[in-house]
Design a protein around this ligand. Structure first.
Ligand code: SAM
Length: 231
């Protein structure tokens, strides 16, 4: 898979794409991540990519032209006929595990990061395939949301995690929160590991974990039990 990001702060991505699972996935060619400076596509001598809003009002709006040219350049470079363009926006659909799973099947994702008051509406209308939000709050820019999308997607790619089982049973994968985990020591501050986990009885342990996952979901996120996963 290829993920390209278009941003005015490319340096923000250095540590996230250069660490942990994403770093390993890039090294093993599971994913290629390109981060592109939107200012390279500005026609202004000061590399400005924003301007005042028509109709007045506070703040600045990111111009359409640099985004259109940046996307065209990325597409040319990747020779990818089939790319999906995602705008990070507080007005987008809230990101879910089901959406991450769907995006993980794409060959090429292009993530657009907004700033200031947002982006000229013509980018949404004519360039973007979908808008994603990472929650009902407003951040300064689309970079942190883009990193969240990259992380959620890359860890689902075959070969990204050491143990293929580890994404199958985790929270949201089957509509439930995951069961509780324990490791050594057996007793810590008078809190003992549940006896069932020490029995070696795999079927009984699996049944206990399933019951725990259901009880935990009912208690903490009952909405998940009535909602079927949507992508
Ligand atoms: N004026 C916009 C509004 O009210 O909808 C908010 C613009 S916000 C300050 C600047 C940029 O940050 C957005 O264009 C978007 O790319 C990004 N952003 C902010 N909050 C976000 C969220 N919850 N999810 C995804 N992107 C977000």
């Amino acid at each position: 898979m290829i993920i390209d990001v278009i941003t005015i702060f490319p340096e923000m991505f250095t540590h996230v794409v250069g660490s942990s699972i994403i770093k390993r996935a890039r090294r093993s060619r599971v994913v290629t991540v390109g981060v592109h400076d939107l200012r390279r596509f500005s026609h202004d001598k000061h590399r400005k990519v924003d301007d005042r809003p028509y109709g007045g009002g506070p703040g600045m709006v990111m111009q359409a032209e640099p985004f259109f040219e940046a996307v065209a350049s990325v597409r040319r470079r990747r020779q990818a006929a089939k790319s999906r363009i995602v705008l990070l926006s507080p007005q987008g659909r809230p990101l879910t595990q089901a959406i991450a799973q769907r995006l993980a099947k794409q060959a090429h994702l292009i993530l657009l990061c907004g700033h200031y008051e947002g982006i000229d509406e013509r980018v949404r209308r004519a360039l973007v395939d979908e808008e994603l939000s990472i929650g009902d709050y407003v951040l300064t820019g689309g970079e942190l949301p883009a990193m969240v999308v990259i992380d959620a997607v890359v860890r689902l790619l075959p070969g990204a995690l050491g143990d293929v089982e580890s994404t199958a049973s985790e929270s949201f994968a089957d509509g439930l929160l995951e069961y509780p985990h324990y490791t050594r020591p057996r007793v810590y501050r008078k809190m003992a590991v549940p006896k069932i986990l020490l029995t070696g009885h795999h079927a009984a342990i699996a049944a206990w974990r399933q019951r725990q996952a259901q009880a935990r979901t009912r208690r903490r996120r009952p909405d998940l039990l009535v909602r079927s996963p949507k992508s």
